[in-house]
Design a protein around this ligand. Structure first.
Ligand code: MN
Length: 287
């Protein structure tokens, strides 16, 4: 089966325009990956960055990966973490966590990157929240480029970051034709951040998701110079997920209960030390 290409949706998060590659009507998940926002570039000042105030999550892990700029993360576990390009912020929501994404107080310049969510499986989705920062990640050398492994395993190179189901997330920076070994049990998605890559004779550019069905043992990419592409993969997620706002649940009722807890500020999602306003939206239409 050849690569399947879908268009990303344009959306606004905080003050930043994003290209949302997941979820789309045609493709809700790739492995456990259930959300992919290519954000920016946006202009940050010491007092204005992503400017996303405290908001809740449950049932998922968030991956923050920057290609330009700096962002300050705060969460309800008490974490304060500056993130820069090449570093990974990985937050595990479990039954509930909240966080903000703020200006650093010093950085001026462009911000660009990708925000990803992984659905947590039944075994961990009601567990404790957690946060990890990885300043250094393993790199796989490719024929004409390199792959930084954010999470999971790519061609026997494994990230130290926590994952809750079999998967991979990697950033490929390519200067010429390259081949990457894949786990044939995984389905994969490609999101181009810079330049373009050709896969199966189809050009893939920013603003799209390229989907590869399970069964591939390798991926052949023909890039423009300095192309940057995210490779996301995993075993097809075995449980149907219900996503609403910032929650990954298994039913509408669960999502509604989570949102009632956030609106009531009843402690489930904790408190973030932030000067930004808590993000509040109405209950879902079915509630
Ligand atoms: Mn978030």
């Amino acid at each position: 089966m050849a690569i399947e290409i879908t268009d990303s949706a344009l959306a606004t998060v905080g003050i930043v325009t994003v290209r949302r590659a997941l979820p789309r009507r045609q493709r809700r998940t790739v492995g456990a990956w259930c959300f992919a926002d290519h954000m920016g570039p946006a202009d940050a000042t010491p007092t204005h960055g992503l400017d996303v105030g405290p908001h809740p999550h449950c049932g998922l892990q968030t991956v923050t990966w920057l290609t330009q700029g700096e962002v300050l993360h705060h969460d309800s576990l008490g974490t304060e973490q500056l993130i820069a390009p090449g570093q990974l912020n990985l937050m595990t929501a479990g039954r509930g966590v909240s966080h903000s994404e703020e200006a650093t107080g010093s950085y001026t310049g462009p911000i660009e990157g990708i925000q990803l969510w992984m659905a947590q499986p039944e075994a961990t989705r009601n567990g404790d929240p957690a946060f990890e920062h990885h300043a250094q990640l393993p790199v796989l050398d490719l024929p004409a480029g390199r792959a930084t492994v954010l999470v999971g395993t790519l061609a026997e190179v494994t990230s130290p970051a926590r994952i809750d189901s079999p998967m991979v997330g990697a950033e490929l920076v390519l200067d010429g034709p390259s081949t990457v070994g894949l786990d044939p049990a995984f389905e994969h998605g490609l999101v181009v951040l810079d330049g373009a890559v050709t896969v199966d004779d189809a050009p893939l550019t920013p603003g799209h998701l390229g989907y590869l069905a399970p069964g591939r043992g390798q991926l052949d990419l023909a890039p423009t110079p300095s192309a940057r592409v995210m490779l996301l993969g995993g075993e097809p997620f075995p449980e149907p997920v219900v996503m609403w706002w910032n929650y990954v649940a298994r039913s509408r009722g669960e999502a509604t209960a989570a949102h009632r807890a956030w609106l009531a500020d009843d402690g489930r999602f904790g408190t973030v030390a932030s000067e930004l306003e808590r993000v509040v939206v109405d209950l879902p239409p079915w509630a």
